[in-house]
Design a protein around this ligand. Structure first.
Ligand code: FAD
Length: 401
């Protein structure tokens, strides 16, 4: 892959995308592939190694089990898109995307959460998702390794839920977008000039001033910083999320669904290993450069939960661990997508919290439609617009991990 230049070739672009990880690359690709669009696109990325991006530190799973219709529809598109990736990209060189649909299993330990799962599974079923409610006996029969005596029910789905190789999708979006003329540069946007309700130019740390027709905020956990450059507020902050990969002395005899324990700890199969994740009990906004680990979390919280839920996990050994950042939307942990309410050519692709990788295909497609036609075409993303944020109306999504 060719290195990124540090100085853009032009001094004005139809679209400037701030952040070149999965969201920025998706918008760039869907624009480049759109037959109606023939503008110039610049993607500015402050760290082309992507080392600390949420995209690189993701667990790369998708699920249909969301609480809101819009999120189910977004992931249904992701599943269709990922399983037909080469066809979607229209290029024989593009590989298949590896998937392992071991399913998700939400376990309810309280009446409230059980009622919630029953309601959401019935909504998902209406939309054609394969989710169903399982009794503790049914769970024990299908997956004998779980402890179920403190479980009221589970919500389970094996269709289009599990791991997908988001890294390959990212690479090919970037590669083919560049082949079609999208320019990626290494640099940091430090300012956005706004005049009469429109973003006119972005300023880079190296002093370049780049005129723009549209600006897309795809800055992940730094989204609020970028919005504030245009004088706009966005309730998105970096929050730490921890991942552990471990091996078990006695591996399970079948694939482990991505299991969400009532404590919030989650665990799944990961090839011959297992992958667990958790939210710390104390969960403040952090500095976007702070990736320090909290080693006590594994021993004090995660391992005991795993060993309780799956007794075979008493004897396990951590082989890898890392800390990543969610771009955490403090209002409702859901995406903010589409135009700003005052700076009309500033578009958001932000606040994805823990489900942005699977939402990237629908976001790129949607924003490319917005830029080319001025509206949503294939899927109405307006429930995820900035409007709800300004009014403080939550887009409810209880099934966040
Ligand atoms: C531990 C963990 C597990 C996850 N698991 C899943 C999962 O299983 N499934 C799922 O769907 N999602 C998951 N997610 C969420 C998903 O990874 C993110 O929602 C998604 O990667 C967000 O992509 P992004 O492009 O918006 O942000 P990022 O990947 O963070 O990219 C933002 C980019 O913007 C650049 N940038 C920022 N500011 C500037 C600037 N001023 N100028 C230029 N460049 C800038 C950054 O350098 C960065 O490369 C997980 C996230 C984490 C942390």
């Amino acid at each position: 892959m060719a290195q990124f230049e540090t100085v853009p070739a032009e001094n004005t672009y139809d679209v400037v995308i701030i952040g070149g990880a999965i969201m920025g690359a998706s918008v760039a690709w869907f624009l480049a592939a759109n037959p109606v669009f023939n503008g110039r696109v610049l993607v500015v990325e402050r760290d082309p190694s992507y080392r600390n991006s949420s995209t690189a530190l993701s667990n790369s799973c998708m699920r249909q089990q969301f609480s809101s219709e819009i999120n189910v529809r977004i992931s249904q598109f992701a599943a269709r898109y990922v399983t037909a990736f080469r066809e979607e990209m229209g290029d024989e060189r593009v590989p298949d995307i590896h998937t392992h649909f071991f399913g998700y299993m939400y376990l309810a330990g309280s009446e409230d959460f059980a009622a919630h799962l029953q309601k959401t599974v019935s909504m998902q079923a209406k939309l054609g998702a394969g989710s169903r409610i399982m009794t503790p006996d049914e769970i024990a029969q299908a997956y004998p390794f779980y402890r179920t005596d403190d479980i009221l029910l589970g919500a389970h789905n094996l269709r289009d839920e599990g791991y997908f190789d988001g890294g390959t999708m990212f690479e090919w979006w970037r590669r083919l977008a560049r082949e079609r003329g999208v320019e990626f540069v290494s640099g940091e946007v430090v300012g956005i000039e706004v005049d009469a309700g429109r973003a006119r130019a972005v300023r880079l740390a190296n002093g370049e001033r780049i005129g723009c027709g549209w600006v897309v905020n795809a800055a992940g956990p730094r989204a609020a910083q970028v919005a504030s450059m245009a004088g706009r507020a966005l309730p998105v902050e970096p929050r730490k999320r921890y991942t552990w990969v471990f091996e078990a002395e006695r591996p399970l005899d079948r694939a482990l669904p991505l299991t969400i324990d009532p404590t919030g700890v989650h665990v799944r199969s990961d090839g011959g290993y297992y992958m667990a994740g958790a939210t710390p009990d104390h969960d403040p906004a952090v500095d976007p450069d702070d990736f320090a680990a909290d080693h006590s979390l594994w021993e004090a919280k995660v391992w005991p939960v795993l060993a309780h839920r799956i007794p075979a996990f008493e004897a396990i050994r951590v082989v890898n661990e890392w800390v990543g950042h969610y771009a955490y939307n403090t209002l409702d942990q859901n995406a903010v997508v589409g135009p700003d309410d005052e700076v009309e050519n500033l578009l958001y692709a932000n606040g994805f919290s823990g489900h942005g990788l699977q939402q990237a295909p629908a976001m790129g497609r949607g924003l490319a439609e917005w830029i080319t036609t001025g509206g949503w075409q294939t899927l109405d993303l307006s429930p995820l617009g900035i409007d709800r944020v300004r009014r403080g109306v939550r887009q409810d999504e209880a099934a966040i991990i």
